[in-house]
Design a protein around this ligand. Structure first.
Ligand code: NAP
Ligand code: MG
Length: 399
């Protein structure tokens, strides 16, 4: 059989532990037999990040800007224990944080739905995608404990002129917080959300608390409205999708009552919290994909889960593992499909869709990894737990 040829290479970011093992097997069993895989390879495994003083992470982000599409394996974000385990020179920063900063992106998290796994909210028939603004607010804030006295917000402009506002006059102990965002980042966030919604042809809902936060959150609302009016209104109409702004309380109520099928754009903290709620309600973190989209249309695909350390230690000791590869497979198919679309290689996009179908079909036929077995309920199908590699082989057979 002739394999599908690629035009432009994908940026391939290898990673750590169990997901690094799955990464090789996915390529070997599911992709390379069908595609003449062309990638520019970056080893983001912790050992190599340490050897290169984390240069490799920055290089992979630069390559992503150059080629436009990347696929990333889960990576370890080092903590004190990892510094010791890997004898690191330094506690390197989160690669995801570094890549996000370089691409100025917004993170979209989407669940993979399976016939046989009912969400905890049974009316959710279609995916709910959370678009999380990944810059600023409480994640880049200054906060302090205070005693009796006055806390003020002071802005000094370039000419040295001060504007002061009282936050609170304390007559006892308390806490205070100062946070910020930038127009530039909010414009990027807005464009990334509008582009993504157009891409997947799903309506976009954006929520803040602008009735209470009359300046801060209101700025987000205004920027989204301006970008929509000037740049996206006609494109949305042509695609037959709508943009809606409403209060976060209102969206929470609407989401619970909905059947899914929306992109929900959230401020940083809302997105952090709501993505965990949505992921849990759909059943499993191992069935959640994640894509980072930059305002100029650069895509980086990955699984939302980590390196599955506990399974890896068992694997290293020669024990059996049943680690779910679905989100990592979908990271690959997302990247291949996008590459095919951008390069006009229809066979590549078509292959990616077939691989997704074969993956879902394998589970729906009752063959799955251990994490899904207790969630799976389908008439006439008894779920069977397979080991990590055997599950990939079952998908390969169906494919
Ligand atoms: P994790 O790797 O997501 O795993 C947490 C637990 O969730 C696992 O022990 C496993 O439960 C279950 N799980 C997650 N993914 C699974 C899968 N594909 N198949 C089956 N079960 C799965 O999170 P973590 O243990 O908190 O973090 C491990 C490492 O990953 C850390 O070093 C962290 O820095 C890194 N991390 C990286 C990323 C990223 O690169 N995007 C994201 C998060 C964490 P059981 O053990 O009960 O089976
Ligand atoms: Mg969270």
């Amino acid at each position: 059989m002739e394999r599908i040829k690629m035009k432009t290479p994908l940026v391939e970011m290898d990673g750590d532990e169990m997901t690094r093992v799955l990464w090789q097997w996915i390529k070997e069993l599911l992709i390379e037999p069908f595609v003449e895989l062309k990638t520019e390879y970056y080893d983001l495994g912790l050992k190599h990040r340490d050897e290169t003083d984390d240069r490799v992470t920055l290089d992979s982000a630069e390559a992503t800007k150059k080629y436009g599409v990347a696929v990333k394996c889960a990576t370890i974000t080092p903590n004190a224990q990892r510094v010791e385990e890997y004898n690191l020179k330094k506690m390197w920063k989160s690669p995801n944080g570094t890549i996000r900063a370089a691409l100025d992106g917004t993170v979209f998290r989407a669940p993979i739905l399976i016939d046989g796994i009912t969400p905890y909210i049974p009316t959710w028939k279609k995916p709910i995608v959370i678009a999380r603004h990944a810059y600023g607010d409480i994640y880049k804030a200054a906060d302090m404990k205070v005693g009796a006295g006055k806390v003020e917000l002071v802005y000094t402009d370039k000419a040295g002129k001060e504007t002061r506002m009282t936050v609170h006059d304390f007559d006892g102990n308390g806490v205070a917080l100062g946070m910020h965002n930038t127009d530039k980042s909010i414009y990027s966030f807005a464009r990334a959300c509008f582009n993504y919604a157009l891409d997947v042809k799903m309506p976009l809902w954006f929520s803040t608390k602008d009735t209470i936060s009359k300046v801060y959150d209101h700025r987000f609302k205004d920027i989204f409205a301006e970008v929509y009016e000037n740049e996206y209104k006609e494109k949305f109409a042509a695609a037959g999708i709508e943009y809606m702004y409403t209060l976060i309380d209102d969206v929470v109520a609407r989401i619970v009552r909905s059947e899914g099928g929306v992109v929900w754009a959230c401020k940083n903290y809302d997105g952090d919290v709501m993505s965990d709620m949505v992921a849990t309600a759909y059943g499993s973190l191992a069935m959640m994909t994640s894509v980072l989209v930059s305002p100029d249309g650069i895509y980086e695909y990955e699984a939302a889960h980590g390196t599955v350390t506990r399974h890896y230690y068992r694997y290293v000791e020669g024990g059996e593992t049943s680690t779910n590869p679905v989100a990592t497979i979908f990271a690959w198919t997302g990247a291949l499909a996008k590459r095919g679309e951008l390069d006009g290689v229809a066979a590549l996009t078509d292959f990616a869709k077939r691989l997704e179908k074969a993956t879902l079909g394998t589970i729906e036929a009752g063959l799955m990894t251990g994490d899904l077995v207790p969630l799976f309920k389908k008439e006439g199908v008894t779920p069977k737990k397979l080991e990590s590699r055997a599950f990939l082989q079952a998908i390969a057979e169906r494919l």
